[in-house]
Each structure stands twice: as structure tokens, then as C-alpha cells.
Design a protein around this ligand. Structure first.
Ligand code: FES
Length: 78
């Protein structure tokens, strides 16, 4: 079983899994969704948080972070 979180360029976190995924709020109460993959808002603009509703495209969300590979000159802060 695997769960993969794709960080979409200038978009949401997209979760794929062949296992069950539960998204819970700060009180541990589960959100309901009926299919995978799901996309979680990363821009803060969604009206359906924590899920993405496509607003990131309308507001021109620009994300700067990317995975840093072992050969990269820039390294994450320790
Ligand atoms: S990332 Fe899509 S609405 Fe925020």
C-alpha cells in the first residue's frame, strides 16, 4: 500500500492512495469525500477548504517551494 502526495506546481496537494485516507479537522472529526485522488488547498483561497476548488488558478497562486535533490546547490536549512 502506498500513499503519494503530489505537490502540484502553483496548485494543490494531490493525494493518491491505494489505502483508505482520512482527513480530519482540529477536533479529529473526519471530512467526507467519495473518491480518490483528492486535492487539498495550498493557496488558502478555496471556499471548500480543506479541499481545492480551483481558486488557485483564478488568484494566480505562485508557490516557490520545490523538492531539493541530493545534487542541488541549494540545501534546506538544517
Ligand atoms: S490550491 Fe486550489 S483552491 Fe487553493
Amino acid at each position: 500500500m502506498a500513499t503519494i502526495i503530489h505537490v502540484r506546481k502553483n496548485g494543490p496537494y494531490r493525494l493518491e492512495s491505494d489505502a483508505e485516507i482520512t482527513v480530519v479537522d482540529w477536533e479529529g472529526k473526519p471530512y467526507t469525500f467519495d473518491r480518490l485522488p483528492i486535492a487539498l488547498c495550498r493557496c488558502g483561497g478555496s471556499t471548500k477548504k480543506p479541499f481545492c476548488d480551483g481558486t488557485h488558478s483564478k488568484i494566480g497562486f505562485q508557490a516557490a517551494e520545490a523538492a531539493i535533490g541530493p545534487d542541488a546547490k541549494d540545501k534546506p536549512a538544517p
